[in-house]
Design a protein around this ligand. Structure first.
Ligand code: MG
Ligand code: ZN
Length: 221
């Protein structure tokens, strides 16, 4: 790394921290609980959102900010469930930042919300380094990605409050040691809550719904 690039990176991260803090203040003032949902592409972020909306949508007023490189397909999937959704296209950018989320929040009706879910760009690396103002980070890892991911991408697991191990209905067909994932992830982060789920069959999702609902109630004004 050159001598110039280190301060540049530090400045970018510091500017982002200020925006994230401002976003957090707006959320707190409105009594909204917010999570930042992260995973690699195809691990099941949008499917988890659909399940969560089906289960909690009647009781909790929620909105979704969808981050994607291109297209508004995911926001359309969410809107078709009757939930406010804003799409951010990063145009090649591999993570969301505080500024993008601030702009997206401007188009949400914050006065009538209890829960904001921010679906980050599919990427296991830098989304973990950019705070958005969320209260908790959630990482989804699907069993098809292999059981070596916590040790290969430690920051994501260190920064998150919850790990959802998804697609457990596929375990009979693949070599993936879920206990190894649990062990390695817990070693990186002792306070990590781990739920093994299948967004396809619904198995295990009750524990996630309860966790989320408890946090929403605690942040309500
Ligand atoms: Mg998606
Ligand atoms: Zn990035």
């Amino acid at each position: 790394m050159t001598q110039i690039s280190v301060p540049v990176v530090r400045n970018i991260l510091q500017a982002n921290e200020r925006l994230a803090a401002a976003n957090r203040k707006r959320l707190e003032d409105a009594g909204i609980y917010a999570v930042n949902l992260m995973s690699s592409p195809g691990a099941g972020k949008t499917s988890l959102l659909e399940r969560t909306i089906e289960h909690l949508g009647g009781r909790i007023r929620m909105a979704v900010i969808e981050g994607d490189l291109q297209t508004s397909q995911d926001a359309e999937r969410i809107q078709s469930k009757g939930v406010q959704a804003v799409q951010i296209n990063t145009d090649g950018g591999c993570h969301l930042d505080g500024n993008m989320v601030q702009i997206a929040m401007d188009s949400l009706d914050l006065g009538h919300l209890d829960l904001l879910i921010i679906e980050n760009v599919g990427n296991l690396v830098c989304p973990a380094e950019f705070n958005l103002g969320e209260h908790d980070k959630i990482v989804i890892l699907s069993v098809t990605e292999g059981d070596d991911k916590p040790s290969k991408y430690p920051v994501m697991f260190q920064q998150s409050s919850v790990l959802l191990i998804n697609k457990i209905d596929l375990l009979p067909y693949i070599d993936c040691d879920v206990e190894k994932i649990r062990r390695d992830a817990s070693r990186l982060n002792a306070r990590l809550e781990i739920f093994a789920v299948s967004c396809r069959t619904g198995e295990g999702l009750e524990a996630w719904f309860s966790w989320l609902e408890k946090n929403v109630q605690e942040h309500k004004k």
